[in-house]
Design a protein. Structure first.
Length: 418
């Protein structure tokens, strides 16, 4: 990312609690199933990250004793060809606490719909970025199992030492690691599944952030294998009352953000919820009909645009051709002279126009203004693809229905408080 980029990271302290708010999804009927919310708090920081998983740079290696052999890479999921930085300064990262192992070891993780694995630093990681964070010590967990290969998630490492080593590249940064299996808990809600124990990670951005790891909430196509998708592990073990989760990111620092598992918190909504089917599983990705400026549809998508709703990305992004056209149409003056006269920027999704005000889509730093959209070119069938990160999620409450593969949108209650 450019040194001129000035996004905001959020430090999150969490409190776990069961909630009894109304649920808009069918009950699983299990007496042991739960719904719960994690409350999030923000602390501002001057750097930006994107944790969108870039699978074209994702590969596994086979480690044999002390040697390593390159194996076939996973099929590309994002095919992102280009990302140009914006100077936007209005994004955040939100994260909370989970526990792994017996007895439990605590970690702070980003809840990221743009990636598909649970990724935690391991005690074996000697990178500076790892040493600055909590690291999982498998020797201190009586239930930890070293997993040899992702394709056999219950297969332990043999005495020969043969096992997979995986490398994953994100929008910002890269990690390498080994596979582990253990108990995974958020509050009193527990499952068991596989995760990536990091053995090496880049200083940028991981040495700059206070969170330890990444809780991937993407669909299974983004996971190493089925048992690596922790949400699906929860569903398998029937620990959730409903096979959904929802995200509320507060626009005001005096309000509390939260992610809710197993329920929809209707008190966080300021409008009716509407649903849009997932168009291409992997990301929580839906079709977008057009871009709207003011009240006028711009006919920029021609029925081909897609949107990935990404809780792990602290920015907005879109195809370079459309972003360039929007810059011309919006005409944001660099000296902010026309800021008060700028129109709303909307996105037509599921027959509804989801609007962002100039405060949402313009980066205003002192007396300098620019459109806060990065460019990112993704070819079909995944693209042309927009990424809706935190600036969008602070305006709209979102619900992710795993059972029916759809995403719900409603105006955030936090907007009405402003």
């Amino acid at each position: 990312m450019s040194g001129r980029v000035c996004f905001i990271l959020a430090w999150v302290a969490v409190t776990l609690r069961a909630r009894g708010e109304s649920v808009l999804a069918p009950d699983r009927g299990s007496e042991e199933s739960e719904s719960f919310s994690i409350r999030l708090k923000r602390q501002r920081r001057p750097k930006a990250i994107s944790l969108s998983q870039r699978a074209e740079a994702h590969h596994r290696l086979k480690k044999t004793g002390t040697s390593t052999k390159l194996l076939r890479g996973k099929p590309s999921l994002s095919h992102a060809a280009e990302r140009r930085p914006s100077r936007a300064s209005q994004a955040s990262e939100y994260f909370g606490m989970l526990r792994i192992g017996t007895p439990p070891q605590e970690f702070q993780v980003v809840f990221d719909t743009g990636s598909g694995n649970l990724i935690i630093p391991s005690k074996e990681c000697k990178s500076e970025a790892c040493r600055m964070h909590r690291r999982f010590d498998s020797k201190k967990s009586s239930t930890a199992v070293e997993v040899a290969f992702a394709d056999t998630p219950d297969g332990e490492v043999k005495p020969s030492g043969d096992r997979d080593v995986v490398t994953i590249t994100f929008g910002t940064g890269e990690i390498s690691g080994l596979f582990m299996k253990d108990h995974i808990c958020i509050g009193d809600i527990c499952t068991h599944g596989d995760f990536i124990a990091v053995t090496e990670e880049t200083d940028q951005p991981f040495s700059l952030v206070p969170f330890d790891g990444i809780f991937g909430l993407g669909l299974p196509q983004m996971s190493e294998a089925p048992h690596f998708n922790v949400l699906d592990c929860m569903i398998r073990d029937k620990v959730l009352k409903n096979n959904i989760f929802s995200v509320y990111l507060a626009a005001d620092d005096n309000d509390e953000s939260e992610i809710s598992f197993g329920q929809i918190a209707t008190s966080r909504m300021a409008s009716e919820l509407f649903w849009v089917p997932v168009s291409n599983p992997g990301y929580w990705q839906v079709e977008m009909q057009d871009v709207v400026v003011g009240e006028a549809a711009q006919k920029l998508c021609k029925g081909k645009c897609q949107v990935a709703v990404d809780t792990g990305t602290s920015l907005l992004a879109g195809p370079s051709e459309i972003v360039s056209a929007l810059n011309d149409i919006l005409g944001v003056k660099e000296d902010c002279a026309n800021f008060d006269d700028l129109p709303d920027l909307g996105f037509l999704i599921g027959g509804h126009t989801l609007k962002l005000s100039p405060d949402d889509y313009v980066d205003r730093t002192g007396r300098t203004c620019s459109v806060a959209l990065m460019t990112m070119d993704v070819p079909p069938p995944k693209g042309p693809l927009f990424i809706f990160g935190d600036p969008f999620l602070r305006k709209y409450y979102t619900v992710y229905d795993r059972e029916n593969l759809k995403v719900g949108f409603a105006l955030s209650a936090g907007v009405s408080k402003q």
